[in-house]
Design a protein around this ligand. Structure first.
Ligand code: ARG
Length: 465
């Protein structure tokens, strides 16, 4: 009798439940290109080594191309009874070419096959992510060049700290993404060894040539240990770790966009293309895309955590648990790709409001450090003493309800009599940012230099002045 709790869904009893939990075809069909590429390389090697005949090898290669064509065209019938992509492809190959199809799986197992497919898929995906990240960096560097002199408040603790430029702020993200690209490239480099030929776990007695398949599939070399080859999912962990860090970067940026586009800040405006309205409040312009980028960081981090936990107690070599690596990996990397593209769209779309940004940059006595630095430079005060003097001047300004710039000289002199009118030359937010010319500093001249350096590195047309 079917189980009373879920009997409706699993009308067929235990067999149906087994199929429901076991079948991976609904998600691992995403691996079809990699699966077919791996099989073609394997068949060509079997032929060269004299393990299968040239005739069978040809039939297999042509049959696999045909299967690929059917999947591409959407006419392929995926079957859950055939469990996964490997058996779906092989079974259709048998329908197309007959018994020769049965020779393809010589000296191979689904264990090395699935490790291979996942490596190829992750490698391809790293390449597309890198292109998308590069484009986002380009968008940031271009915008930074346009906004190199646009003054905004720089925050620490989300309290006005010192004025910075909007271009400088955007380039901070270009740096983060540069490190993300480095982490993906590093993961790609380490994953690039072919597991094909490890077979189930122990290698094979057939005289295979693992160097040949490794080379044909673009790997640097074959893996060295057959057990490790089928048990290893480090390449997924490393890629998801890089993805999680990248998602956190994008989420922090998204959070800033949410803050900047609020009516209270009003630093930046997104066009209708990246805003949505409210069904009840006509005045609303919600930065939904930014909120979704922020939200999706959760599932990307979750994919890393889930895969780590799935692997942590697995004895060598393969365990079916490992089939659970797929949905979250696909989901995480597809969503990361979407987030990167959406961010590039938002960066190109956003229009800053320089007047509001400048006004906010001057609020909270943000040029107090410039005053302290002036006291050090021109009056020779030790910085700690300058800090104390400045603190007293700030509190005078606060009591009068004016900015530092608007505080009369005589008031400043009541705290430190040697202060001259020259001090006003450093108290405006523009002067403040212009003065920060140290390497990597916020001065417009420095920001322009950094933006051009990025554009040159990224191969963009606006690299030269
Ligand atoms: N669908 C399986 C997976 O994703 C393929 C490997 C199956 N191997 C096995 N011995 N049952 O892991």
């Amino acid at each position: 009798m079917a189980n009373r709790m879920w009997g409706g869904r699993f009308g067929g009893g235990p067999g149906a439940i087994m199929e429901e939990i076991n079948a991976s075809i609904d998600f691992d069909k995403a691996l079809w290109r990699q699966d077919i590429a791996g099989s073609k390389a394997h068949a060509a090697m079997l032929e060269k080594q004299g393990i299968i005949t040239a005739k069978d090898a040809k039939a297999i290669a042509q049959g696999l191309d045909k299967v690929a064509g059917e999947i591409e065209a959407g006419s392929f019938k995926f079957s859950r009874a055939l469990e996964d992509i490997h058996m779906n492809v092989e079974s259709r190959l048998a329908e197309l070419i007959g018994p020769a199809a049965g020779r393809l799986h010589t000296a191979r197992s689904r264990n090395d096959q699935v490790a291979l497919d996942m490596k190829l898929w992750v490698r391809d995906t790293i390449d597309t992510l890198d292109e998308a990240l590069c484009d986002l960096q380009r968008a940031l560097a271009e915008k930074a060049l346009d906004e190199a002199a646009t003054v905004m408040p720089g925050f620490t603790h989300l309290q006005s700290a010192q004025p910075v430029t909007f271009g400088h702020h955007l380039l901070a993200y270009a740096e983060m993404l540069g490190r993300d690209r480095g982490r993906f490239a590093d993961a790609r480099k380490r994953l690039n060894e072919s597991p094909l030929g490890a077979a189930a776990l122990a290698g094979t007695s057939f005289p295979i040539d693992r160097e040949m398949t490794a080379k044909a599939l673009g790997f640097d070399r074959p893996t060295a240990n057959s057990l490790d080859s089928v048990a290893d999912r480090d390449f997924i962990l490393e890629t998801l770790a890089a993805a999680a860090i990248c998602a956190v970067h994008l989420s922090r940026f998204a959070e800033e966009i949410v803050i900047w586009t609020s009516a209270q800040f009003g630093f930046v405006r997104l066009s209708d293309a990246f805003s949505t309205g409210s069904s009840i409040m006509p005045q609303k312009r919600n930065p939904d895309a930014a909120e979704l980028v922020r939200g999706k960081a959760g599932r990307i981090i979750g994919a890393l955590t889930g895969t780590l936990v799935m692997l942590k107690a697995l004895p060598m070599a393969y365990g079916k648990d490992m089939q659970e690596d797929k949905e979250s990996t696909f989901d995480a990397l597809w969503n990361l790709s979407l987030c990167i593209t959406a961010m590039a769209g938002m960066v190109r779309d956003m229009r800053p409001d320089p007047a509001r940004m400048k006004h906010a940059a001057g609020a909270g006595h943000a040029t107090a450090t410039d005053l302290a630095d002036w006291l050090v430079r021109y009056l020779g005060l030790p910085f700690r003493e300058a800090h104390r003097v400045t603190g007293r001047i700030v509190s005078l300004a606060e009591r009068k309800g004016v900015s530092l710039e608007a505080l009369p000289l005589t008031k400043m002199q009541s705290v430190e009599k040697r202060i001259t009118a020259d001090v006003f030359s450093v108290l405006s937010v523009e002067r403040s940012v212009q003065s920060r010319k140290s390497l990597g500093g916020t001065a417009p001249s420095e920001v322009r230099k950094q933006a051009r350096r990025w554009l040159k590195r990224l191969g963009a047309s606006r690299a030269s002045p």
